[in-house]
Ligand binder design. Structure first.
Ligand SMILES: [Zn+2]
Length: 350
């Protein structure tokens, strides 16, 4: 059997009944879950003093292995893993029993999901729903108010309220916010370039831009990405009367900026590194999330994106700003005004 040695450590070996150095190993294994053969990485200790039947487990290792297999089943079926459920609960600073009660489940239900049992699809949706909409969790808490002491009830309420106020939501919640911000732009018009924002498509387009920049060995910064997005949409509108992403752009001091630009950084295809330059000034470096696979992009669209990247690849953010300041779309709009796409018809050729 193939295996990987994770580490060697001195401990009590139950094979030869004495303390010595043993290997912690990991190997591919299969467990049947709900009638499916699920692959997972099994961990166990191994005594190297003996040739055969030399593997053993300690404490909760068996449980850990079963959990690994179950989490793989969950990933395969797009369900939250036990760790993710725990993270969501911890994010709201709730105990397992409290989280269960607020969700209207039996008191030990969440404990089971964090340790052994695979949750039903409906419960999975419920947990994701409160993760993405903490205001709903507040509502649920209100319904279950009587189940908590007065003190604990106000504590929980304050915690959830603070999470909402301090913008410390999960990335998923920021994506919900992005949807909220675009709820009024649900008709094709001059503001969105005859295109309604599709988050999945935006996610893929942004990934493609990051990928292209990476292949040129350029670190993409947030300020540059936002300007590239405008040029991509503007050029597409100029040529085909339709923007690519459906983002709506506002005239800001340093150029066009899409509504929801902060939330865009929470797109699942990318990861963002925040670097402090000086007090209150940050630079956001964007990289591709390694787990993300770029989906096919329409040839017309990829041609435009490539042309825009090619034009601006060696521009610094301030240079793109300067260039943009000479466009009619910028000259003919005022600070904080939405830039209508019709003004991109005179976009300078490149
Ligand atoms: Zn031994």
């Amino acid at each position: 059997m193939e295996y990987k040695i994770l580490k060697k450590e001195k401990m009590y070996c139950s094979i030869c009944d004495k303390e010595h150095e043993v290997e912690l190993r990991e190997s591919d294994s299969i467990l049947e879950i709900k009638g499916e053969q699920i692959k997972y990485k099994e961990i166990y200790y191994c005594c190297t003093n003996i040739e055969k039947n030399n593997c053993f487990t300690i404490n909760n290792m068996m449980g850990e292995n079963i959990l690994r297999a179950k989490d793989n089943y969950r990933k395969k079926h797009n369900l939250l893993t036990s760790k993710e459920i725990k993270e969501i609960r911890n994010f709201f600073e709730l105990t397992q029993a409290e989280f269960s009660i607020i969700l209207g489940l039996g008191e030990i239900t969440i404990t089971r999901y964090e340790t052994k049992q695979i949750q039903d699809t409906s419960i999975d949706k419920l947990i994701k729903y409160v993760r993405d909409n903490p205001i709903v969790l507040l509502d649920y808490l209100e319904d279950k108010k009587d189940k908590f002491s007065k003190e604990r009830y106000s504590q929980i309420k304050e915690t959830i309220k603070n999470k909402i106020k301090n913008n410390s939501y999960s990335d998923n919640f920021k994506i919900q916010l992005l949807k909220y911000k675009y709820v009024e732009f649900d008709k094709k018009n001059d503001e969105n370039g005859n295109c309604i924002l599709d988050i999945n498509k935006l996610n893929n387009i942004v990934a493609y831009i990051v990928y292209k920049m990476n292949s040129l060995s350029i670190t993409l910064k947030k300020v540059v990405l936002m300007k590239l997005l405008w040029y991509i949409d503007a050029k597409s509108f100029k040529e085909y009367n339709k923007s690519i992403t459906g983002l709506v752009y506002v005239h800001e001091q340093f150029g066009a900026l899409p509504i929801g630009h902060d939330e865009i950084l929470s797109l699942p295809s990318i990861k963002v590194e925040k670097i402090t330059l000086e007090e209150d000034h940050y630079q956001y470096n964007i990289d591709l999330n390694k787990d993300y696979k770029i989906k096919h992009i329409d040839n017309k669209e990829s041609k435009i994106i490539d042309e825009v990247i090619n034009k601006f690849k060696n521009y610094r953010s301030s240079e793109i700003s300067e260039y943009m300041h000479k466009e009619d779309a910028y000259k003919e709009t005022l600070l904080c005004q939405i830039i209508p796409f019709s003004l991109t018809k005179t976009l300078r050729e490149f």
